[in-house]
Design a protein around this ligand. Structure first.
Ligand code: CP
Ligand code: NVA
Length: 305
């Protein structure tokens, strides 16, 4: 494995499935309350420049369950890149802690953090991507369907960090990925091009949401305005309206469609209550699997599996 986990593109296909195997094992142990202090004595510094529920809770809980300790450093604590240069923080934390998880705005900042840190750095979301999330999501689909092959996975909404991580997953693992966004909100062309050139997956951009979700096995959505885009929320609500995941849209999917959302959801905007709380929704399985998959990632990065 590379020293850091900044993108799913950092992993080989074999490493991705090794992480999933370890995830299955750690999930079982956690469910059985079987102790697994694989990272006893380890400490994880968690740097947050943006808010979080799942990422903070799952990393902190996960590190505790692995026998280690995690420190929560809020936006006020470090002021990364503001109070202190990214490269200095990287070198200081490397003297105290065994691993860093960071949620930052600019992806270039996490790359700099990783470059200057001597310890592994895990990306807990940047404006560009959200790799831990999509590892948990793909694992969740595997649990429900037993395979990722021959499934049509449709991401609908904004071509954002979550969409980029799905494309990076498709770069490494063969899937049929459809991305449906308004024309001005498509994902990063370079990310798309790299994944398409790798030739493993079928990746389609289909702007019409009804056409996009036809016969879908999985429909995935995310907020229309991400953290940091609050000023655009109102205008985006108008533009993205046709992309709402609601009962009418699901009429065009396969009958056994799985509905996913990384959460937090803006109920009544990108997804209706009826769908989020309905029988097709697996959003809380997804949320739980953040814990298990991130534990596996930490164990792998520590070289303990
Ligand atoms: N899905 C996710 O990363 O949630 P948080 O922003 O609450 O961490
Ligand atoms: N795209 C969202 C994901 C939150 C987990 C955001 O960046 O705010």
């Amino acid at each position: 494995m590379k020293k850091d986990f900044l993108s799913i593109a950092d992993l080989t296909q074999d490493e991705i499935f090794e992480i999933f195997d370890l995830t299955r094992d750690l999930k079982q142990k956690t469910r059985n309350r079987e102790p697994h202090p694989i990272l006893q004595g380890y400490t994880l510094a968690m740097i947050f420049a943006k808010p979080s529920a799942r990422t903070r809770i799952s990393f902190e809980t996960g590190m505790f369950q692995l026998g280690g300790h995690a420190l929560y450093l809020s936006p006020q604590d470090i002021g990364i890149g503001k109070r202190e240069a990214v490269k200095d923080i990287a070198r200081v934390i490397s003297r105290y802690n065994d691993m860093i998880m960071a949620r930052l705005f600019d992806h270039a900042d996490i790359e700099e953090l990783a470059e200057y840190a001597s310890v592994p750095v895990i990306n807990g979301l940047t404006d560009y991507n959200h790799p831990c999330q999509i590892m948990a999501d793909a694992f969740t689909i595997l649990e429900h369907r037993g395979t990722l092959e021959n499934l049509k996975i449709v991401y609908i909404g904004d071509g954002n960090n979550v969409a980029h991580s799905w494309i990076n997953f498709a770069y490494r693992v063969p899937i049929h990925l459809v991305i449906s966004t308004p024309r001005d909100y498509q994902p990063d062309p370079a990310t798309l091009q790299r994944a398409r050139e790798a030739g493993l997956s079928t990746i389609e951009l289909i702007s019409d949401p009804v056409e996009a979700v036809r016969d879908a096995d999985v429909v995935y959505t995310d907020v229309w305005a991400s953290m940091g885009q609050e000023d655009e929320a109102e205008i985006r609500k108008q533009i993205f309206k046709p992309y709402q995941v609601n009962q009418e849209l699901l009429a065009h999917t396969r009958k056994d469609v799985l509905v996913m959302h990384c959460l937090p959801a803006h109920r009544g905007e990108e997804i209706t209550d009826e769908v989020l709380d309905g029988p097709h929704s697996i959003v809380f399985d997804e949320a739980e699997n953040r814990l298990h998959v991130q534990k596996a990632i930490m164990v792998k990065l520590a070289g303990k599996a």
